[in-house]
Design a protein around this ligand. Sequence first.
Ligand SMILES: [Zn+2]
Length: 76
Amino acid sequence: MITHQHLILKNCPPLCPPPCNSSCTITHLLLHCSLHHTLRLSLQLSSSLSDILHYRNPDIHLLIQFFKAANLYNLI
Ligand SMILES: [Zn+2]
């Protein structure tokens, strides 16, 4: 919801908190956000968005773990 709420509410797209300040998209959060770089490395998340979100991804628990550790779980 954090990445799409602005579409429903017809607001500007949200930005990541400082110092990132990038557009807050799923791609950004899962692959590029500097705020979550260390977390991505520690969980060994794939660098491929299609691999991370693939319905047959055997490591889907890592995605859940990432969202929880990044305090994003309740925002999606
Ligand atoms: Zn960011």
